[in-house]
Design a protein around this ligand. Structure first.
Ligand code: ADP
Ligand code: MG
Length: 385
């Protein structure tokens, strides 16, 4: 037996905590932020930013990249930039965040018995020991802000309260301004907010391609499959989910002892992340729908992630013959496809001009769905697919 070929050469680079060396399709945003921080710090002024965007829109990745870039960008007014990252998700109180900040300047206090202002004094001493432009990233800041943080106010007024040069990046999924006090709100004026647009399918495909290059064996996943994963990840533009799907598909291929990720692995990988089609759902389909869906499943059992509608129509016609049914008109065929699309079972994608559309089914492994449908339609399991 030949040993199975590894696909996941660097699995750790598909973990959510991995910060990719290069961000795909966020150059404009990154450069804009980099410039704004450099300009302000160069004039001796702190700069604060509220960065928002949906889940998996790259907020954390951008914030961390920005911090790295600023740290490496050289001194400004003879001071280096020093960044501190705090994830506030589980530290949703000023005191717990403060303890992290203290640790970042090499001090620590027992987490009882000190008030916020005393902690800030100790923090200030720490800052003085290492003069720098301090950039504090407060990620997942929603809970902290919603429960009425004073820390954001104090840090954003660092100059007035003589804390030295402190700039903030507040990161959250939603707009936090309504929850901030008026004074802090003014620190996050219009130019100090950036809302990241969700990624579209093409963006996600590019992100997947860049990560596959780092994580997977060259040639183990094709562009078509990456496009399929981007499609499955859906309209939310969630890059994290897309990368998780890629990881699952690659695992599923490795488990099967195969050396390439195919569209069946993608479907299987999705099934292990999300509840998919149930048998009950199939019960509600019309006979027309069942037949067309079976034709689709059979066409997708190989390596394809989608099938051209024209080709599908001829294999469906052949299937109807096998079933002993009467032929279906073009109109009915199309209406049935549309119904399946509405039921969330298939995806229709218009191809280039003059070509027919591409029909995809990403919900569960095509071979498995074909078996379910054959049983439902009373076709012998032994019939060749
Ligand atoms: N533009 C991008 N280029 C490369 N990888 C990205 C990009 N945007 C997001 N990612 C990756 O997608 C995943 C989710 O991004 P993340 O920054 O954690 O999203 P958010 O913080 O908005 O939920 C991470 O693994 C991240 O590295
Ligand atoms: Mg994040």
């Amino acid at each position: 037996m030949t040993p199975p070929t590894r696909i996941l050469l660097h699995e750790e680079t598909l973990e959510p905590s991995f910060v990719p060396p290069k961000l795909v399709r966020r150059d404009t945003e990154l450069q804009l932020l980099y410039r704004r921080y450099r300009e302000a710090l160069g004039r001796g002024l702190p700069y604060h930013l509220l960065l928002t965007g949906g889940i998996g829109s790259g907020k954390t990745a951008i914030a961390r990249r920005l911090a790295d870039d600023l740290e490496r960008g050289g001194r400004l007014r003879d001071l280096p930039v020093r960044a501190t990252y705090v994830n506030c998700w589980r530290r949703a109180s000023d005191r717990t965040v403060m303890l992290d900040l203290l640790r970042s300047v090499g001090t620590s206090l027992p987490d009882r018995g000190y008030g916020l202002s005393e902690m800030l004094d100790v923090f200030e001493q720490g800052l003085r020991r290492a003069p720098a432009h301090h950039l504090i990233l407060l990620d997942e800041a929603a809970a902290l802000v919603k429960q009425g943080t004073k820390l954001v106010y104090l840090l954003s007024r660092s100059r007035e309260v003589e804390l030295g040069s402190i700039s903030l990046v507040l990161v959250a999924a939603e707009d936090l301004l309504p929850y901030l006090d008026a004074a802090s709100r003014s620190s996050f004026g219009v130019t100090r907010r950036l809302a990241l647009a969700p990624y579209d399918q093409e963006d996600l495909t590019e992100i997947l391609a860049a990560r596959a290059e780092i994580a997977l064996r060259p040639g183990s996943v094709s562009r078509e499959i990456l496009g399929q994963i981007a499609r499955v990840a859906g309209r939310g533009g969630d890059a994290r989910f897309a990368l998780e799907l890629l990881l699952n598909a690659a695992r599923s291929a490795e488990d099967a002892g195969e050396s390439e990720v195919t569209s069946e692995h993608v479907r299987r990988g999705k099934g292990s992340l999300l509840p998919t089609v149930t048998e009950t759902q199939l019960e509600s389909l019309s006979t027309n729908e069942l037949g067309v869906l079976l034709a689709i499943s059979r066409s997708l059992k190989g390596k394809r992630s989608s099938v051209a509608s024209q080709k599908l129509r001829s294999s469906h016609a052949a299937l109807l013959e096998e079933l002993g049914g009467s032929p279906m008109s073009r109109t009915t065929f199309w209406r049935t496809l549309k119904e399946l699309e509405r039921d969330g079972l298939v995806t229709l994608e218009a191809a280039g001009s003059g070509e027919s559309s591409q029909v995809a089914m990403d919900e569960l492994p095509a071979s498995y769905l074909a078996t379910l449908l054959e049983e439902r339609l009373g076709l012998a399991r032994s019939s060749k697919g």
